[in-house]
Design a protein. Structure first.
Length: 168
């Protein structure tokens, strides 16, 4: 009986260790680039610091992986969440988005932050530093509006007017 328990415990331990090495969404903790987030955006340093604190961990290549991100099955969930967040919006690749995509994303950022949909509550359970005050939410929202206006103006100025002269 004791031998059976020892064998079962050993098998469970081996399975747990082996399972920690398998990451269906890619291995967590792959070093991100040292690329600045929101490159080509005009954002003041104070608002950028808020975005870095509250958003970049999931929405950029600057993810800081906690120790438990290396232990399955938690590692699988975290890797999947970060992968999905980056697919939706990757602040490290901001310069690669078209102006139309940036306009859309800025609208989504402003709305999600203002309506308290971001950062998500389950993330805040383990990352209270990402919690946004009402003033910070308003600050991000105002930045998204300002940046949208800037991009729209730039887009309008870049669009040439096609005037044709009547040659009669």
């Amino acid at each position: 009986m004791i031998k059976t328990i020892l064998i079962a415990t050993s098998v469970a331990a081996i399975a747990a260790v082996g399972g920690s090495l398998i990451h269906p969404f890619g291995p967590p903790g792959i070093p991100g680039s040292n690329q600045t987030i929101l490159r080509e955006a005009q954002i003041d340093p104070e608002t950028l610091a808020i975005v870095q604190r509250a958003c970049q961990n999931c929405h950029s290549q600057q993810t800081e992986w906690p120790w438990y991100s290396h232990v399955a099955p938690v590692s699988w969930l975290l890797a999947r969440d970060v992968q999905q967040a980056r697919l939706h919006m990757n602040l490290s690749r901001w310069q690669d988005y078209s102006t139309d995509d940036r306009l859309r994303l800025l609208g989504e950022i402003g709305s999600a932050v203002r309506n308290r949909k971001m950062p998500v509550k389950r993330y805040l359970l383990l990352h209270p530093e990402a919690r946004l005050t009402d003033i910070e939410r308003q600050q991000i929202y105002l930045w998204t509006r300002t940046e949208r206006s800037r991009l729209k103006n730039r887009q309008t100025q870049a669009t040439p007017l096609h005037l044709t002269a009547n040659s009669e």
